[in-house]
Design a protein around this ligand. Sequence first.
Ligand code: BES
Ligand code: ZN
Length: 621
Amino acid sequence: MATATINRPRDPNTLSNYNNWRTLHTSTTLEILFDQQKLQGIVSHDLQAITDGESDEIILDSSHVLVRSILAEGKPAKWETAKRLEPYGSALKIKLDRKPKLNERIDIQIELETTESCTALQWLTPAQTSNRKHPYMFSQCQAIHARSIFPCQDTPDVKATFDFSIKSPLPVIASGLGAKENPTSPSADGSSQLYKFHQRVPIPAYLFAIASGDIATASIGPRSTVATGPDELKDCTWELEESTEKFLQAGESLVYPYAWGEYNVLVLPPSFPYGGMENPVYTFATPTIISGDRENVDVIAHELSHSWSGNLVSNASWEHFWLNEGWTTYLERRIQSIVHGGDQWRDFSAIIGWQALADSIKNFGEEHEFTKLVIDLKGKDPDDAFSSIPYEKGFNFLYYIEKLIGKEEFDKFIPHYFETWRGKSLDSYDFKTTLLDFFKSDEKVSAELAKIDWDTWFYKPGFPPKPNFDTTLVDVAYRLADKWEEFTKEPNPDFGPNKLDIDGWTANQVVVFLERVMAFKTALPVPHAHQLGSVYNLKDTRNVEVSARYYQIAMASGDQSIKDFVVKLLGQVGRMKFVRPLYRGLMKLDYETAVETFEKNKDFYHPICRGMVAKDLLGSK
Ligand code: BES
Ligand code: ZN
């Protein structure tokens, strides 16, 4: 008789028994019911036994899903949902009438509906969309929200191929390649039309994605399309058409050919809670990247980089999230260097990143568990750990290794790493072994690698060592900030702020300047904050990276007149990167207004953002 498996799964954030079963393929047949704001249909999983005659129960993650019925191998199955365990949901337990042998396949069909409490979907009424004509819906499954659309093995340690068969009266987009026959416009009479997609590359459940609404498309490159609202199409095309194919080719030159066929971008309504989400075939992106200056397309370089790091090679659990985001930030910045021609460009981005790292460490506190590279998430919600730390500490770790062994050597390792783990998931220890093994016959490189203090990098909280970044592109911004600092201490006859100070600057240079000002020992006096905003025209710019930072400076100086601008922006943008710090600033300036603003906008925000801001507001009361 087989003995019970005692090795525990390496992902603590799933309730599924994926050490007994592996999903090989998932089919989702769903109808989008806009009037009831729910998805309804059948999801089937083809599961394989990976233990021998050991388990007669398939346990799936499930959260706030209404299960109607379940068939196992075509016959009605016994099943139950366990008591809810926060934040992981209620495990769905499906009983089989036998214990299948190793490698046996079991087909499970689940008839289901999503509910009002679903955390993965946002539903917009026509009034909440830009042209106010049609409703809209979109999903966001990372990290552990796929389970609130359908029961599944919701862990990045399991990958399956997917079929999507989606009915909707409005155009549908999904994280697979679309069928040629898919309709391209809303149905004339509001009736449902069928859309089909296939994902032939195995993906974890968190990369399942769908969106539907009044969506139009245009070409932005030989293998790329942008999709967005009809009125936004022109601006989105302009913003993205120059760089998308260049980014793809740069990524391919660093790693290997792009694996997903098409690389497309869906620009969502403004309540999309992230900058971007790397859904395969279709990156989902915030409309704040459409800033009219092509200055925020680094988000696209980032999401595209996930096509290798994250989507082909995945972190085995969210405790090793740096393998997704640190590697992606590293590739994103290498792509920037290639496209702009020079390493000062990646260091420019790394300098902005270092500030984001410092802010995150400050928010958590230097000793906090979540400031480590490898974190403990047992019993925790990965959303609560989300910050710039895995991105920037992860980037800095790879940058450190690259500098240690030299770029030429590191560049040989990149394709090797992505080939070795292609289609698989790994943890930080696998990464270490892969790196050391690759160079083991090279004494010189091995001697360098022996200097890495792995435990410190993995487990020490707080800052990593700061590299000497190339400051070529930020020196002008630092100099201007120095002048402002002196000028606020005592009026300087040689310096009067003038709009020519920033003439010819890129928006990101202005960002660096503003971050320097934010870091002044004493906040700017109100009149100076005013002057800063008006001379450089920072209040009304379309580039939210700039305006949001300026608002922080004005709020910190105690400038009450900035409140109206902040409140306005908080009603227009739902990207958490901006929303959360702006609420933090507003809470300090005027707690009542912060609460009022949240009450007014909470239905505009995505459920994840809404929950986060609510927590932030309560936490500081
Ligand atoms: N995968 C992330 C977004 C994410 C992370 C969603 C964790 C849910 C849970 C995406 O690739 C990302 O990093 N987006 C960044 C963009 C960036 C760093 C350029 C963002 O949203 O700001
Ligand atoms: Zn990312």
